[in-house]
Design a protein around this ligand. Structure first.
Ligand code: NAD
Length: 354
């Protein structure tokens, strides 16, 4: 069956599911990478964790892991990273939320160097499987013009008109995976993540996405008593948000499956940004005044994940409710902010940090 332009036979590949293996996780100093390393270590894998950032800036660091600082835009770094590993999870990319990707298109496209050098090195080193972290930003713009959007099926990436910059790089790299499978026999897996959020994610600094940004704004309102927040757009744009534990579980299921074409890893619980704020308000126990900025970056009008194919291929789909996931995320973001002080907290005097 043709799947989104993947009309060749590599939709299914017969390879055996890998057992315990030496595994490379790139982008391991970031949000999804850190959570994935934690799970792989827990299950006894030997992990090589690579990121460009100095280790002290990684979101999570695990002592038992071979942690390395390498810039994977360089071919020699990619060769060093894949040496002796059987599985590669390529999560490294220069990325962020809409505020970042709309204003840094060239930087986003340069991530093509990472996947290009890494997949070539993987073939040379005889890696067994290679997973590429793609994105719902590959989907064609004309399928996402209404807030009341039809959930996106994998085939909706074609005819191609993805998010400019970031989405084009992801779509190109997806196809590179396909052709490396066809021409060189490397088993590839492609995860199309839809808006992943959760504790230990980016919540400040310009690369954060909507759930973390809203949690930060509401937590700050609670801590300071200043109950007015900026909202990008009119708040009626729609999205679905995927909890980090689901994203990691789905990623591992996909790697272990025999499915070689792109697959949505996304929640199908669609909400407006206003509904997202309503939930965070309930969790925080406050109400905020919303100041809508219709000039701010907003991305597509509506987006949701169709999970027919993941249910069919993996027998699973993301299940964590937004309410539950945001509860954990809000608590974590709140605690990060509270630790930074000086904030007024529940009537207490402002605390001055030591
Ligand atoms: P993140 O920004 O937290 O992590 C990415 C990591 O890659 C960062 O730590 C960064 O330092 C590292 N990196 C960037 N350039 C590098 C280089 N040249 N060499 C080595 N490391 C480099 O992002 P994330 O949310 O953990 O996303 C992981 C992957 O999933 C990315 O490929 C991203 O595009 C994709 N994705 C994420 C989401 C999401 O909602 N978080 C959605 C769709 C796709």
């Amino acid at each position: 069956m043709p799947i989104g332009g993947w009309e060749s036979e590599n939709g299914k590949s017969p390879g055996p599911a890998p057992g315990l293996a030496r595994v490379l996780v790139t982008g391991a100093g970031g949000f999804i990478g850190g959570a994935l390393v934690e799970e792989l270590v827990r299950d006894g894998h030997e992990v090589v964790a690579v990121d460009r950032k100095p280790v002290e800036d990684w979101y999570r660091v695990f002592e038992e892991v071979d942690n390395r600082v390498l810039d994977l835009r360089r071919a020699d770094s990619c060769k060093e990273a894949v040496d002796g590993v059987q599985l590669v999870y390529n999560l490294a990319a220069d990325m962020g939320g809409m505020g970042f990707i709309e204003n840094n298109k060239a930087l986003c496209m340069l991530s093509v160097l990472i996947n290009t050098h890494l997949i070539e090195a993987a073939v040379e080193a005889g890696v067994e499987r290679f997973l590429f972290a793609s994105s719902a930003c590959v989907y064609a713009a004309d399928k996402q013009t209404s807030a009341d959007v039809e959930p996106l099926r994998e085939g909706d990436a074609y005819p191609a008109m993805p998010e400019d910059g970031y989405g084009w790089e992801k779509l190109f790299s997806e196809r590179m995976c396909r052709h490396f499978t066809e021409d060189f026999g490397l088993e590839t897996r492609i995860a199309r993540y839809h808006n992943v959020y959760g504790p230990h994610g980016t919540y400040d600094g310009g690369r954060e996405k909507a759930p973390a940004a809203i949690c930060r704004k509401v937590a700050k309102a609670k801590l300071t008593g200043e109950h007015e927040i900026d909202v990008w757009g009119d708040g009626e744009q729609t999205r679905s948000f995927t909890y980090i534990a689901d994203a990691v579980y789905g990623t591992r299921l996909l790697m272990e499956s025999s499915f070689g074409a792109p697959l949505n890893i996304g929640s199908s619980e669609m909400v407006t940004i206003n509904e997202l704020i309503d939930i965070v308000e309930r969790i925080a126990g406050i109400t905020v005044q919303r100041r809508y900025d219709t000039t701010a970056p907003q991305g597509v009008r509506g987006r949701n994940s169709d999970n027919t194919l993941i249910r069919q291929e993996l027998g699973w789909e993301p299940t964590t409710s937004l309410e539950k996931g945001l509860e954990a995320t809000y608590r974590w973001v709140h605690d990060q902010l509270a630790a930074q002080a000086p904030y007024r907290w529940e009537g207490a005097e402002p605390r001055i940090p030591a």
